[in-house]
Design a protein around this ligand. Structure first.
Ligand code: ZN
Length: 92
């Protein structure tokens, strides 16, 4: 099966089933501290997934498509410059 076919099969199940064997036992890889591995690649990320039924492994490839503000800055950029937490642009 081509990568494209695997992707179609996988997304059809909403990422809930292994694209190889259709088992719903695909799991994120976790490191020893218990958080999921995440390899960031600029405006994207790759999360390693393993199917515990057939032992196939793949990456879920994520892409940043938007941002969602959680909190506006507490200080303005000018205030940050004054207290020295924001580096001044000296390229001129
Ligand atoms: Zn599988």
């Amino acid at each position: 099966m081509s990568n494209e076919d695997l992707f179609k099969t996988y997304t059809k199940s909403g990422g809930a089933k292994c694209p190889f064997c259709s088992a719903s036992s695909a799991k994120f890889y976790y490191n020893t501290s218990g958080s999921a591995y995440l390899y960031t690649t600029g405006l994207g990320a790759e999360v390693p997934i393993k199917c515990l039924a057939c032992l196939a492994e793949w990456y879920d490839v994520m892409q940043v498509v938007s941002i969602k503000v959680i909190r506006q800055p507490a200080r303005s950029p000018m205030e940050l410059l004054k207290i020295g937490t924001l580096a001044e642009d000296n390229n001129e």
